[in-house]
Ligand binder design. Sequence first.
Ligand SMILES: Nc1ncnc2c1ncn2[C@@H]1O[C@H](COP(=O)(O)OP(=O)(O)O)[C@@H](O)[C@H]1O
Ligand SMILES: [Mg+2]
Length: 145
Amino acid sequence: MAQTEEFLSGSEAETLAWAAAFAARLRAGDTVALSGDLGAGKTVVSRGVALGLGFAGDVHSPSYALVHEYAGARLPLFHMDLYRLKEGADWEEIGLDHYLGQGGVCLVEWPERLPAEQAFAYRIRIGTVTETRRHIQVTIGRTQA
Ligand SMILES: Nc1ncnc2c1ncn2[C@@H]1O[C@H](COP(=O)(O)OP(=O)(O)O)[C@@H](O)[C@H]1O
Ligand SMILES: [Mg+2]
């Protein structure tokens, strides 16, 4: 059974702090799906995870590059944004296995672009409640996409 946790964030700073704390749980080879509408805060969560892993530099949405690698933290972090990916592309095509083989953590924005059977170690769903409030739901375990 997948386990679910909830967090209500009242600001970007709270989301950053929550994500930085969440990062402490991540282990080499973990995959994290980040779902939510445009502007929900997927990239804010990614920035918090990077901070939590000890990466101090800038984290932007990698929409144009598909993947950005952040090195020099506790674990290598691969931040992907599949928004522009064509439907039906798969894990192998994107090279995710290659990244995971390097012992890193993969954060994936727009995991909906991947085939349905793709499994993730964590699924984070961000819902926009008001302009500043977010409902964050984390499902733990290798659940189906
Ligand atoms: N509680 C909150 N948590 C996260 N972001 C928030 C929150 N309140 C407002 N925001 C704003 O929402 C936007 C989220 O942007 P971003 O992380 O780029 O979204 P996404 O990557 O999901 O498209 C930012 O402008 C951020 O300042
Ligand atoms: Mg983004």
